[in-house]
Ligand binder design. Structure first.
Ligand code: THU
Length: 161
């Protein structure tokens, strides 16, 4: 028997003020784009903004549906938009924020399991890590160097070979 350990290191900033100007601006875009969410069921508006390797910034928000499973998270809306607009361009950094209309929006949230799987495959496809900035409408910011770190022992295309 062998034991294995999985660990990763991420940074915690007290607010966007501790970030570089580019990262702070990207997080402010993610915060602003929460207003475009279609979230009449959860009242939980999520916004995501990505800086691409070509310098473009693309944004997305969660889009719900009366048939609940049809709803899409902001992260996957954004990945689909980027993949359609700039199919061969890698993502440098993705900022994710949320506005909880029924509560507080002060602590970072991190992507759900399905979105982690989608982010991982995007990294693999373009051969480039996606840096994640996670925060609410105010307060702490987590900086995670690579989305794949959030999904250890993942199932990938390599397993299908
Ligand atoms: N949601 C996201 O858009 N991203 C996440 O990382 C977590 C959850 C959405 C899905 C649903 O529309 C609402 O937030 C409440 O779960």
């Amino acid at each position: 028997m062998r034991e294995k350990e999985v660990r990763f290191v991420y940074e915690v900033f007290a607010s966007v003020k501790g970030l570089g100007a580019g990262d702070a601006a990207l997080m402010e875009k993610a915060r602003a784009v929460t207003a475009t969410a279609y979230a009449p069921y959860s009242h939980f508006q999520v916004g995501a903004a990505a800086l691409l390797q070509n310098g473009q910034v693309v944004q997305g928000s969660n889009q719900e549906n009366a048939s609940f499973p049809v709803g899409l998270c902001a992260e996957r809306v954004l990945l689909a938009a980027i993949s359609s607009l700039y199919p061969q361009v890698a993502i440098h950094t993705m900022a994710i924020s949320y506005h909880n209309l029924l509560g507080e929006s002060k602590h970072p949230i991190s992507p759900c399991g399905i979105c982690r799987q989608s982010l991982l495959e995007y990294e693999e496809r373009l051969g480039h890590p996606i840096r994640l900035l996670l925060s609410g409408m105010e307060g702490k910011v987590f900086v995670i160097p690579q989305a794949a770190l959030l999904l250890p022992l993942s199932f990938t295309s390599a397993d299908l070979k």
